[in-house]
Design a protein around this ligand. Structure first.
Ligand SMILES: [Zn+2]
Length: 89
């Protein structure tokens, strides 16, 4: 657990898009303060604006210090990195 938290700290200080295993995902999202927001449908896909929940989120990144997420739509996944890059300009 301590090891995982260390990893999380390292992850959350990065700005790249991350890949997390299912087992670690809830702990990681919770550490970012995202789990409650996901459960309450407070987060939208950066690309299409659809509500994101614990079942349909796919990618996480940052735009100007703010955490952003992508839904599981194949088109959104394909465009996400580009949109993040554009918005960070
Ligand atoms: Zn989407």
């Amino acid at each position: 657990m301590r090891k995982l938290l260390k990893k999380i700290k390292r992850w959350s200080s990065r700005t790249r898009i991350l890949a997390v295993s299912n087992d670690d995902a809830e702990v990681w999202l919770s550490s970012l303060g995202l789990l409650d927001n996901l459960n309450e449908n407070k987060i939208s896909c950066l690309v299409c604006g659809s509500p994101i929940n614990i079942d349909n989120w796919q990618l996480v990144s940052r735009v100007k210090g703010q955490i952003v997420m992508c839904c599981d739509d194949a088109l959104c996944i394909a465009r996400f990195a580009e949109v993040v890059r554009e918005k960070n300009k």
